[in-house]
Structure formats: C-alpha cells, structure tokens
Design a protein around this ligand. Structure first.
Ligand code: ZN
Length: 271
C-alpha cells in the first residue's frame, strides 16, 4: 500500500468512467465530431481497410487479392475498437476511398499480398522514407516479430505499390505506413493471418503506444467504460509513490454491494 500520501475524494462517476486519463465526455465527443481536426493530447489514427468499397476514384478496379478485403477490414475494425476503448486515441476507420486532405496523427493502410506462386510469403511495410515513419515501422516490426508463427520479415518498400501508395498523398500526418501483412495465396500464411486478426490489431496498437511514448494500459479501463451511466456517485481513494498512482474506485451499486475498480497510472509529475 502507499505511504507517502493518502486521501479520499468524491467525484462524479461519469468523470471517472469517461475520463480515466484527464479527458471528459465533452472532449471525447468533440474529438469524434471533428475527425480530421486533432485535439491536443488525443491521437487520431486513420486506419484504412485497403480495397474496401467505396474505393478511391481511379482505383475502383483494384479490389485486392482474394480474401484481402475481409481480412483487412476485420483487423481494421478490431484496431479501431482498441483505440476507441483507450481514451488517449480516436480511431478513424476508412475504406479504399480516403477523405482528401484529412489531418491525423498517424495513418495505417492495411493490405495483404497475393501472387501466383503459392510459396511466396512474408510481411513488409511501405512508407515515405523519413525518420518518423522509420520509427513507427521499427515498432511495428518489433511487435509483428513477437507474434508466434509470424510470417517472415521482407524488406520494406520492395514494390512500387508499397513505395508509391496513393494514400500517402491523401493524408496529412507525420506517420503514414502501409502494412502488407503477408500472402493470402500462401496456404500456411493465409491460415495464420485469419487466426491472428486480434493479435495483428493488438500489435499495431502496441506499436502506436510505443511510437507516441504513451504508457500501455495496465488498468481496468475497459471494465470502466462498460459501466458508463450505470451509477450516480462513487468515492475515489488515491495513493501514490515513486511516480505511480493507484486509483481505487468504490462504487455503491445497491445497499451493501460495493464494487471496486482499480486503475494504476504512471504520473511523471509525482514521485
Ligand atoms: Zn492490397
């Protein structure tokens, strides 16, 4: 237990639920409404499911390799859900057609490969070569390589499609990376990719956290979100030491039935 300081305060539960990291429901709503206009402290991440209709004008015929749209849509939707569950991010799911000139903090364009040679395999990244993208790609690669049974790592920007992707010129963002997850024409990889949709989404989420040097959550954030609106009042006990804060939330759901939620967070200014 913490020793240095300990206190008890009462705050509105809505604040705590929707605002585990200093951001109120109002702000969050605004962030969603103004997609493309990033708010300070909230990272907006565009996530494109490549080839998904409606498609980019002049790229209508590019429907991708068999199974690609389904795969990347599933990964996109999982990733956006993870980002939206984390108060520090807002996900912006887009199909093949990208809103021209959209401004975001990072953009990921999701794809998978397909060729006639069924033995071809591996993942690679495409990106405009600069320091920011190299950093995000290094973090993505690190996460991909940590997944059990992952496809092999290929050299990046190895195809014209990856080097000169149209998405790079549609989006204003310091980070723009195209992800070729692997080859759907390779039976082993196809099976692995389909079985690892959640892991592939999680890998990107972790890489984004690392890139933005945002501590990864170790809290009950998701439980807390699930409780929005269920209660009127709660008590919060806050204790801290060595820069780590632990927030205990005690909620009276009905007489005699308290529910305790905990959250730990690193607070740079304390300690
Ligand atoms: Zn593709």
């Amino acid at each position: 237990m913490t020793k240095a300081l300990r206190g008890s305060i009462s705050v509105g539960l809505q604040d705590m639920i929707a605002n585990p990291d200093g951001r109120g429901p109002q702000q969050r709503r605004r962030a969603r409404d103004r997609r493309g206009t990033p708010l300070p402290g909230i990272k907006q991440v565009l996530v494109q499911a490549g080839h998904l209709a409606p498609r980019e004008p002049h790229f209508e015929a590019a429907t991708g390799t068999t199974g690609e749209q389904q795969l990347v849509k599933a990964i996109r939707d999982k990733l956006v859900k993870m980002l939206d569950s984390d108060g520090r991010f807002v996900g912006m799911p887009v199909p093949g057609d990208i809103p021209d000139g959209v401004k975001v903090d990072a953009a990921l364009f999701l794809h998978a490969d397909g060729v006639s040679d069924a033995s071809a395999g591996g993942f690679q990244f495409g990106f405009p070569v600069n320091e920011a993208n190299r950093k995000l790609v290094a973090n993505l690669r690190r996460e991909f390589l940590s997944l059990e049974g992952h496809p092999k790592s290929r050299s990046d920007n190895s195809t014209g499609d990856a080097r000169d992707y149209y998405g790079y010129s549609r989006v204003h963002s310091p980070f723009k990376v195209l992800v070729e997850h692997g080859f759907l024409t390779n039976p082993t990889e196809r099976q692995w990719l389909r079985a690892n949709i959640g892991n592939l989404a999680r890998a990107k989420y972790e890489a984004l956290c690392r890139t933005f040097t945002i501590p990864r959550p170790r809290s009950s954030r998701h439980e807390m979100h699930g409780l929005t609106g269920a209660f009127q009042h709660k008590e919060v006990n806050i204790g801290w030491r060595l820069g780590e804060a632990k927030v205990e939330t005690r909620i009276r759901t009905k007489p005699g039935a308290d529910e305790v939620l905990s959250k730990r967070a690193r607070l740079g200014a304390i300690g």
